[in-house]
Unconditional design. Structure first.
Length: 113
């Protein structure tokens, strides 16, 4: 695990606040500090666009979960529907929802009022 997998210091304003809330929530479900599997877990939408990625470019936050603890909460192919539901409920309580983009990343969007 890289100590920087769940770093949020590079994120701006509300994007950072959302990522920090996710880290806090995730620590409730991990035996140790959250592990990103060596992947940087959080990207701002502007960073995602600059990378030339296709999906999630207009999101509030991009979550990279390839091989990391976020994977159980974002990747439908794992079949851990309880984890997916728990994360969805958490995000909904904050006014957001998650959408899986590929098998290795998902995007978090603001709920419409």
């Amino acid at each position: 695990m890289s100590a920087n997998d769940f770093d949020t210091t590079h994120l701006p304003g509300q994007t950072k606040a959302l990522a920090d809330a996710i880290v806090g929530w995730l620590t409730l479900y991990c035996d140790e500090a959250p592990d990103g599997g060596g992947c940087r877990a959080f990207y701002a939408p502007s960073e995602w666009k600059a990378r030339g990625e296709t999906y999630g470019r207009d999101s509030a936050l991009v979550l990279v979960h390839d091989g990391g603890d976020l994977s159980a909460f974002c990747n439908w192919s794992h079949g851990n529907y309880k984890a997916l539901e728990l994360f969805s409920e958490f995000l909904k309580s904050k006014g957001f929802f998650v959408e899986q983009c590929t098998g290795w990343y998902s995007a978090v969007y603001k709920l419409e009022a």
